[in-house]
Design a protein around this ligand. Structure first.
Ligand code: 8YV
Length: 330
C-alpha cells in the first residue's frame, strides 16, 4: 500500500482492551464498537464499505457475500484471534484482500484451559461445585463423588500444533501418556521429549485412548472429524475435551452418546452453534460446559491486540504483515 499521511480507516467490530483501543486511536483512524454489541451482517457490510482495515473476531461471519459486497478500499482483514474459520479465505484472496490472525500468543492459556477440562471431567469438578452450592452436601463419605484417576491414562491429542504440543507438555506432568494424530508427524526431538506415540490412523488411536483432546483448527477437512462413525470407536469410559471449535465434533451424536453412557464425559469450551448450546448437553451431569473462554486472559487479549496492531502497522507501512494467513494452509 502506498504510504500517505492520512491515517487509514480501521474498523474494529468488538470492544477490545482499553490500552489496545487507545493505541489504535493513536496510530489509525480507528472506529470502535463502544457498546460491544455483536454486529449484524448489515452492520458488517456497512463497515466493509468504508474500512481500509477491518478487525473482526470469531463472532463475525465474514462470508463470501460480505466480501463480494466490500468496497474497493478494503485491503486488510486483521482478525483478533487465531482461528480463521469465520472468514471466507478464498473470497478474500480472489478480491486481493490480505487476512491476518494472532497465532502464538494464546497457546499457553488455551493449553491451561484444556488441562483444566482434562482434570475437571474425570474428577467431577463442576458436579461437586454444583452439589455444594445447592446445599446438598451432607459431608465426606468414603464413596462420595468418586471420579476416575487420570495418572497413568492415555491422552489422544488431535492436532499437534502449538496448542496440542503445549497440552502434551502439561499432561506429561499429570502422568498421562501422550498419543497424537496430526496431518504430519512432529519433529522426532519433540516426539521423544514428550515420549509421544504417533497414530497416522485417527480411527486406530480413538479406539485406544482414555481421553481425547481436540486441538486442530476447524477447516473443511476437519468439519465433523469426530463423526458418528468415529465417536462410536471410543471406549465407553473415554472422555472428550474440546477447546478448538465445536464444528470438529458431531455435537448431536456426542450429546446422545453421553446420555446413553457410550461416552463417559466431555469438557466443552466450544460449540457448533455458539452461543446456543445443544439443550441435550445442558441436561447432562457428565459434561463441563464453558463459554468459549480458553484464551480469555487479560495478558492474552493484550498480546492479541498488540499482534493485530503490528499486522496493521506493517501493512500500512508497505510491508507484508507477519501473521498473514494463506488459504493453502487451511
Ligand atoms: C479467541 C479463539 O478468543 O483465537 C481463537 O481462535 O478461538 C479464541 O480463543 C477468539 O477467536 C477471538 O476472536
Amino acid at each position: 500500500m502506498p504510504q500517505s499521511r492520512k491515517k487509514p480507516v480501521v474498523i474494529v467490530t468488538r470492544k477490545l482492551p482499553d490500552a489496545v483501543e487507545t493505541r489504535m486511536m493513536e496510530l489509525f483512524d480507528a472506529r470502535l464498537n463502544l457498546d460491544d454489541h455483536k454486529w449484524s451482517q448489515a452492520e458488517l457490510a456497512a463497515a466493509m464499505k468504508s474500512a481500509v482495515v477491518l478487525v473482526p473476531t470469531v463472532t463475525d461471519r465474514i462470508d463470501a457475500a460480505l466480501i463480494a459486497a466490500a468496497g474497493p478500499q478494503l485491503k486488510l482483514i486483521a482478525s483478533f484471534g487465531t482461528g480463521v474459520d469465520h472468514i471466507d479465505l478464498k473470497s478474500a484472496r480472489q478480491r486481493g484482500i490480505i487476512v491476518t490472525n494472532t497465532p502464538g500468543v494464546l497457546t499457553e492459556d488455551t493449553a491451561d484451559m484444556t488441562m483444566a477440562l482434562i482434570l475437571a471431567v474425570p474428577r467431577r469438578l463442576a458436579e461437586g461445585e454444583r452439589l455444594v452450592r445447592r446445599g446438598d452436601w451432607t459431608g465426606w463419605a468414603p464413596t462420595g463423588m468418586l471420579g476416575h484417576r487420570i495418572w497413568g491414562k492415555r491422552l489422544g491429542i488431535i492436532g499437534m500444533g502449538r496448542i496440542g504440543t503445549a497440552v502434551a507438555r502439561r499432561a506429561r506432568g499429570f502422568g498421562l501418556s501422550i498419543h497424537y494424530h496430526n496431518r504430519k508427524r512432529v519433529h522426532p526431538q519433540t516426539e521423544s521429549e514428550l515420549d509421544a506415540t504417533y497414530w497416522e490412523s485417527l480411527d486406530q488411536m480413538l479406539a485406544r485412548v482414555d481421553i481425547v483432546s481436540i486441538n486442530c483448527p476447524h477447516t473443511p477437512a476437519t468439519f465433523h472429524l469426530l463423526s458418528a462413525r468415529r465417536l462410536k470407536m471410543l471406549q465407553p469410559h473415554a472422555v472428550i475435551v474440546n477447546t478448538s471449535r465445536g464444528e470438529v465434533i458431531d455435537e448431536e451424536t456426542l450429546a446422545k452418546m453421553l446420555r446413553t453412557g457410550e461416552i463417559a464425559g466431555a469438557g466443552l469450551d466450544v460449540f457448533e452453534n455458539e452461543p446456543a448450546i445443544n439443550p441435550k448437553l445442558l441436561k447432562l451431569d457428565n459434561v463441563v460446559l464453558l463459554p468459549h473462554m480458553g484464551s480469555a486472559t487479560i495478558e492474552g487479549r493484550m498480546a492479541m491486540g498488540e499482534k493485530v496492531i503490528v499486522n496493521i502497522k506493517t501493512f500500512v507501512d508497505g510491508h507484508t504483515p507477519p501473521d498473514r494467513v494463506l488459504e493453502t494452509e487451511y
